[in-house]
Design a protein around this ligand. Sequence first.
Ligand code: PA5
Length: 363
Amino acid sequence: MRDTRLAAERAGVLDDEAARRSIDRSDMAGAIEGLPGQLRLAADRSGDLPVPDRAVDVREVIVLGMGGSAIGADLVAGAFADRLRVGLTVRRDPMLPAHVGRNTLVIASSFSGQTEETLTATQAALERGAPVVAITTGGRLADLSRERGFPLISFEASGQPRAAIGHGAGLVLGLLGRAGLLAEVEVAEELRLAAAAVDRGLSAWGPTVASAQNGVKGLAQLLHDRLAVVVANDHLAPVARRWKTQFNENAKVWAAWDELPEAAHNTVMGFGSPFWTGERVFVVALAGDGEPGRTVQRREAVLELLDSERTPFEVITLAAGSRLAQAFAGVVLGDLLSLYLALLRRVDPTPVDAIARLKARLS
Ligand code: PA5
């Protein structure tokens, strides 16, 4: 009875537009709704993105970026792992690995163009003679591209880096296509299919869909006041990582992510301990439509173990066609979920004061 009343009270803040707007003061809901437009814009631009002249005989690609400016490349690396002609690594560190050199295409990705780690690694890549291209809205990275004469792919966006994931992923994918590094991929079509998957997600789970019909608002109620652990495999593993970071930044809560099948080789040993995890942890497993049977069996076996330790979980199947479309269906679901968690916690999803303070302190 008490639980039902609490759930109804909480649904109020999720379903009442005025209440939502009084918490979501900088309109993160609107920013999430902008995602399909970003993907379509990247599709339109994909045919004429600049590629560095020296990007011949490319043997590997490294994307330099942090946080919201790195995750888009992770999604691309995951979705196209079966069609990329060379390895793609996303590097979140100022130190550049020794193997980066003239045959490495280096993509420096920074929303602000001011991120220290990305700028330091970009300088090192230039010193090694690697072909470099920048993706940014401006800042020091754009200045550096003008000073050192490497191509700049700029985009316009206000708001938060994490809300520009459609630009981040779409422009990296377009660049890989232009550099001839993707086998049999229609880049613009892939991006439009991903945009359509996001549109469907917004129609099914968006802020104006009432709790009674909205499974994502229901999931937010289950996750409220629990530690969320998101688990996924293959091309959906970066989506699990995105969920974790969106829970951190939008809802301002701890969260964790893990990857299958690796989790079957270690994480399972921790199930059930400490003793309070059954009450306080909630696991969400992301599944792709049409997965190989062995993948499904493996996940089910792991979830059975979790169940035997009385830790609650839910499996979410992302049915959206292509690998990239599935990944973006997962991204929009997680973005909305993190927004609803923020509303339930009554915190404004947009500001990330601690990150800004850390950057200021280290600058
Ligand atoms: O979401 C955020 O605000 C951060 O994760 C940033 O993306 C990160 O700090 C890097 O900044 P930028 O994206 O401007 O390079």
